[in-house]
Design a protein around this ligand. Structure first.
Ligand SMILES: [Zn+2]
Length: 145
């Protein structure tokens, strides 16, 4: 994204990788306080995932860029977020597909993948822009999602 400067996350890792992707998806927020957002509507989400670590794998990668795209973009692009029952529900606010929760869920998906890699990198930040004027930054706490 040329038009975007991302918030920086401080860490002590030697390598930091950032992967951008755009996700076209619909959602609705099942709560009366959401106003218009309680109705189904769509966004083109701009997502930036930051992964850091000190070790590279056998290919010289911290994590494969294509794999990151596959597990996040491949899951959500051209879908209704609310349909992902493994991620979101209409019961707990902590699991409504708000931008905040979408960012956290992406971090969880990414970290679950990173945990399978021999070099064990860490997802240190997920940035999700929902509209030209609104974005969220999620930073997992060390050792806790
Ligand atoms: Zn929305």
């Amino acid at each position: 994204m040329i038009h975007q400067i991302y918030p920086q996350v401080s860490h002590d890792f030697q390598y930091e990788l950032n992967k951008d992707m755009q996700i076209a998806a619909a959602h609705f927020i099942p709560h009366e306080a959401a106003g218009k957002c309680a109705q189904m509507h769509g966004h083109t989400y701009f997502v930036n995932i930051t992964v850091a670590g000190n070790e590279l794998d056998d290919s010289g990668f911290l994590v494969n860029f294509q794999q990151l795209k596959k597990i996040v973009h491949g899951k959500f692009d051209h879908t209704l977020m609310n349909d992902h029952k493994d991620m979101f529900n209409n019961v707990n606010a902590n699991d409504f597909p708000t931008t905040e929760v979408v960012a956290r869920k992406i971090a969880e998906i990414v970290q679950a993948h990173l945990d399978t890699l021999p070099n064990r990198p860490t997802c240190v930040q997920v940035f999700v822009r929902e509209s030209p004027t609104s974005y969220v930054v999620y930073r997992p706490k060390a050792g806790k999602q």
